[in-house]
Design a protein around this ligand. Structure first.
Ligand code: FES
Length: 251
């Protein structure tokens, strides 16, 4: 369980793992398809047992995933950080619609494909004079794990349309493509660079754990190209039935 007085932090170590401090749930999060084959909900698989200080692999070579086993030393991992330190708003391209807008930072895309499940989020925002389009935009933007997309509701004073997420770390699995994804930081977990600089806190962010991102420490979808596979997966249910771990914000 999380304790507000005990915040969760993630520090990127030099050419090494993520150093996680604080009691936080770590569990597999599976991209579930609906009956049309679209990414539509998130399913929870078994949690991973951790202490309150642990190291998560970011080179992709650990034999004890998701934890570090020092394989980065053997592999000569180059974990140089290349991501922008600017805020999401400073980096975003904005699509404007009648009642909503959509801020998009393409470099953060983790290729989970929630943005075009049933009509794309950009078109939905442009058509946001209808309740249906507003609902589509809210669902698709809020399910983007990386926070590439953030919708804003102009009819609610321009408030961000963000899901209510407890701080936790999700280990992404993408069975439709047959690959494993990054580490999903949910609920506003602070990430600090190896040089001590804090990245702007976001409600949704995905860290690379395959080692191949060109936007380190964040995932850029390279795990699809490299066919990254976690060979220590628990059993899971990839159907869209059951509880969606991301509650769609009402708009
Ligand atoms: S886990 Fe997505 S790019 Fe490495």
């Amino acid at each position: 369980m999380n304790n507000a007085s005990d915040p969760v932090t993630v520090v990127v170590s030099v050419d090494g793992p993520y150093l996680v401090t604080g009691p936080v749930t770590v569990e597999y999060q599976v991209i579930a398809q609906d009956d049309t084959g679209a990414s539509w909900t998130w399913k929870r698989a078994d949690p991973v047992t951790t202490g309150s200080r642990f190291k998560l692999c970011r080179c992709g070579h650990s034999g004890n995933k998701p934890f570090c086993d020092n394989s980065h030393l053997r592999e000569g991992f180059d974990g140089t950080e290349t991501a922008s330190r600017a805020t999401h708003g400073e980096q975003a391209a904005v699509t404007d619609g009648p009642t909503m807008s959509l801020a998009d930072v393409r470099s953060l895309c983790a290729m989970a494909r929630f943005c075009d499940g049933h009509g794309d989020a950009w078109s939905a925002v442009e058509s946001s004079s209808t309740d249906e389009a507003r609902g589509t935009a809210a669902h698709e933007a809020s399910h983007c794990p990386a926070g590439r997309l953030v919708a804003y509701d102009k009819s609610a004073g321009g408030a961000a349309v963000e899901p209510d997420l407890e701080p936790s770390i999700g280990i992404i699995e993408d069975p439709a493509v047959g690959v494993s994804g990054g580490l999903w930081l949910r609920g506003g977990i602070q990430v600090t660079s190896e040089d001590g600089t804090p990245y702007p806190v976001r409600n949704r962010a995905v860290l690379c754990r395959c080692g191949a991102s060109r936007n380190k420490p964040f995932c850029d979808g390279a795990h699809r190209r490299t066919r990254f596979a976690d060979d220590r997966l628990p059993a899971y249910d990839a159907t869209a039935d059951g509880t969606d771990t991301v509650p769609t914000p009402s708009v």
